[in-house]
Design a protein around this ligand. Structure first.
Ligand code: ZN
Length: 154
């Protein structure tokens, strides 16, 4: 199996069996996102504790395999990180999807980098980039307590 096939395999697997799907019992931050071009919708919930650590994070949503896999991988990776680390990881991921050849953050392990790099295949497809980044932009809104619905077209 080559790298491209491995990446596709991981995306399909996360798309079929999304991690952290559903509404967490106790959340204190949440935000909604919408990608009208593809029809992806996501609602991200998180519980940030007193030490600003993401104690719990989950999402509800529907859409294509890329958007669901991205939300699944993201929630898995952000759980347990503090707000500062989470923001750096988000920025790193968005930078990689847009232009950077690789991820730079020290807060993500080699294994986690492999999972994130699975989504790097969307780079050449601007439409797909929106699918892959929707949940990440929505997470920023949740952390920042933005009331606005994240829309990839605005
Ligand atoms: Zn999509």
């Amino acid at each position: 199996m080559n790298l491209k096939e491995l990446y596709q395999e991981i995306i399909l697997e996360h798309g079929k069996n999304p991690r952290n799907l559903g509404k967490t019992h106790e959340f204190n931050k949440d935000a909604k996102g919408n990608n009208p071009l593809c029809g992806d919708n996501v609602h991200v919930y998180l519980k940030l504790n007193g030490q600003k650590i993401v104690e719990d994070i989950s999402f509800e949503g529907s859409g294509c395999a890329i958007s669901m896999a991205s939300a699944s991988i993201m929630t898995d990776l952000i759980k347990g990180k503090n707000e500062h680390e989470a923001k750096e990881i988000i920025e790193d991921f968005l930078g990689m999807i847009k232009e950077n050849p690789e991820l730079k953050s020290e807060y993500i392990t080699k294994d986690e980098k492999t999972k994130l790099m699975c989504l790097s295949g969307v780079k050449q497809y601007p439409m797909r980039v929106k699918c892959a980044t929707l949940s990440w932009h929505t997470l920023i809104s949740a952390i920042d307590n933005s009331e606005e619905i994240t829309n990839t077209e605005s």
